[in-house]
Design a protein around this ligand. Structure first.
Ligand code: NA7
Length: 550
């Protein structure tokens, strides 16, 4: 294993960073730059995080390339050329590979190594991290970079092991790909993954049958190729672009047309919606009116507009009706963006089966059963999503002070200060953790990592390296988040099975997983916390132990 800090293999370091996606790579880089010794641990065989695993055809970003990247290095910007507006998975993975090589980060990671337990020891003020390889690591700080969409959701379909064909999950797509030429393919799931994958499958498969539980408001998008002039422009405008997304509630490069859809002139509103729809991607949600997620009447206007687009695009009336969301407001469920998704249903080989009122009963040797009928397939693809936000953290099996298990502490939803620190879990920091900000995630990642690094620097300078979120500050943050969420349309998340509120998993209570007042407000609150000297975190001396740098 190449985990040495310029020397032989070490398991005692200042900080353990879990994950080698955007969060983990940035955390290792920033902490190393600030003089901390770091050990990264990554379950995959390489860097990339979600972009390592989600290799299904059609996977691409819904954020524009020039913001879906790390902003800290001018050189990195100068030398990396994005080829298109919404890059595909191979290009984002290549970018993260480049970042890792460019800043020599791979040598600090143990790959193919899964964390099996992380335990805080009050007697030493250290974290002990156990792994699947049997190696045990110790560190003062434990930084989670596990991401918010990485714990795979595999529903326990009855008899799944009986199926004689091939079963794949989009989030564990084989590196060598899946040849579906001429095959009868079932696709279970109509979230972003299913929406991106379906048109790609339709290109070569004999047939594609979508088993859809909740229909989505799918916006189309086209990904234009960048010219050299485009690239030059976004490099030149970098500072302005960063300032813009810092002020946008979703950290996106959109400018809303006005405060309220319902108060806008109807003709003007129609034009705004048409332009946003034509622009594609997340423009309908983040580039039209600011009240779509708080005012039901405004939301109805946007929802109805999108319903009309489905009706216009999909020729078969029954198919269009199945694909049309009617039971929940637009935006409550993270809207997928699709390249040719709705159009694909006009192909004779593509069909949809509604499994909301009659769920999939189970798998057979030849296929699956819905409403007493057996459907036969060669390949069944699960695009069934994730245990979002909390899932990957809970799978680390974290135990804090006095044997308190994170799974128990969060039994009724996550509680955290700024999404970064948890009382009773000293020196654990969760990058883009629950109750952090939602939006263009690399932007939030960089903000979170810098915040944590500043906090650790303060603790190091004060000689008090045990850092813990205050109970009162945490309670107030959780309460504020829940109060704001209750004033939005997110309260209808259950009707939408929305992962944004943890409502996609059976038996899970509805939970506020993100600070719902917008990333711009979140950044302001974090900056204020930092400027005031981190009053929401307590600092204490460590129990004297090994010769660590902190
Ligand atoms: P999502 O958006 O959670 O979508 C998962 C899909 O799988 C969704 O349509 C689910 O229906 C469906 N699903 C899950 N379990 C079942 C069962 N048991 N039966 C039928 N259908 C099921 O995950 P994605 O991977 O598409 O996208 C996640 C995020 O990644 C995305 O929003 C982007 O931010 C990137 P449901 O809607 O729950 O009724």
């Amino acid at each position: 294993m190449q985990d040495a800090q310029d020397g032989p293999s070490r398991t005692d370091v200042d900080a353990i960073v879990v994950g080698a996606g955007f969060s983990g790579l940035d955390a290792v880089h920033v902490l190393r730059e600030r003089g901390y010794t770091v050990q990264g641990i990554e379950a995959a065989g390489g860097v990339g995080g979600t972009w390592y695993w989600n290799r299904y055809p059609g996977a691409r970003t819904d954020s524009k390339a020039f913001i879906y990247c790390l902003s800290f290095s001018k050189e990195l910007r100068e030398e990396w050329d994005w080829s298109e507006l919404y890059p595909t998975q191979p290009e984002v993975l290549a970018y993260l590979e480049h970042v890792a090589d460019r800043f020599d980060l791979k040598r600090y990671f143990a790959f193919d190594t899964t964390v099996t337990a992380a335990t805080w020891d009050d007697d030493t003020s250290l974290w002990t991290v156990d792994t699947s390889t049997g190696r045990r690591f110790r560190a003062r700080y434990l930084i989670s970079g596990v991401g918010c969409l990485s714990a795979v959701n595999r529903p326990q379909f009855d008899g799944i092991e009986r199926f004689q064909g091939r079963v794949e999950h989009t989030a564990r797509w084989p590196q060598e790909g899946v040849d579906v030429s001429g095959q009868r393919v079932a696709l279970i799931g109509a979230g972003s993954s299913g929406v991106q994958l379906l048109p790609e499958l339709a290109k070569t498969a004999g047939s594609v049958t979508l088993f859809q539980r909740t229909p989505n408001y799918v916006a189309p998008y086209t990904s234009t190729r960048f010219s050299d002039e485009d690239r030059e422009a976004y490099r030149r405008d970098h500072e302005a672009i960063q300032a813009h997304i810092r002020q946008n509630p979703g950290t996106m490069y959109f400018s809303p047309a006005g405060p309220s859809a319902k108060l806008a002139d109807p003709a003007e509103r129609e034009t705004v919606f048409e332009q946003a729809y034509a622009q594609g991607g997340l423009a309908m949600l983040l580039g039209t009116y600011e009240d779509l997620l708080v005012d039901p009447e405004s939301n109805d206007l946007a929802s109805e507009f999108l319903r009309s687009k489905i009706k216009e695009t999909v020729h078969d009336r029954e198919t269009a009706e199945i694909l049309t969301p009617r039971t929940y407001p637009f935006g409550v469920k993270r809207p997928p963006c699709g390249v040719g998704y709705l159009d694909a249903f006009n192909e004779p080989t593509v069909s949809v089966v509604d499994v909301r009122s009659t769920p999939i009963e189970g798998f057979t040797e030849r296929g699956l059963v819905v409403d007493g009928s057996e459907y036969e397939f060669d390949v069944i693809i699960l695009a069934t999503g994730f245990d979002a936000s909390v899932g990957a953290l809970l799978r680390l099996n974290v135990t804090g002070r006095n044997g308190r298990r994170l799974a128990d502490v969060w039994a009724h939803g996550p509680e955290s200060y700024l999404g970064l620190g948890i009382p009773d879990f000293p020196n654990l920091f969760t990058i883009i953790g629950p109750l952090s900000a939602f939006g263009n995630l690399p932007t939030v990642v960089e903000h979170n990592v810098d915040f944590v690094a500043d906090l650790l620097d303060k603790a190091r300078a004060a000689g008090t390296p045990v850092v813990e979120a205050d109970v009162a500050a945490t309670d107030a943050w959780v309460q504020e988040s829940r109060t704001i969420a209750a004033q939005t349309l997110l309260t209808s998340a259950k009707a939408a099975n929305s992962w944004i509120m943890g409502a996609n998993l059976e038996g899970r209570e509805l939970a506020v997983l993100w600070y719902p007042a917008g990333a711009n407000t979140y950044f302001d609150r974090c900056d204020e916390e930092r400027e005031r000297g981190f009053p929401g975190f307590s600092l204490a001396p460590a129990v004297p132990t090994t010769a660590m740098a902190v």
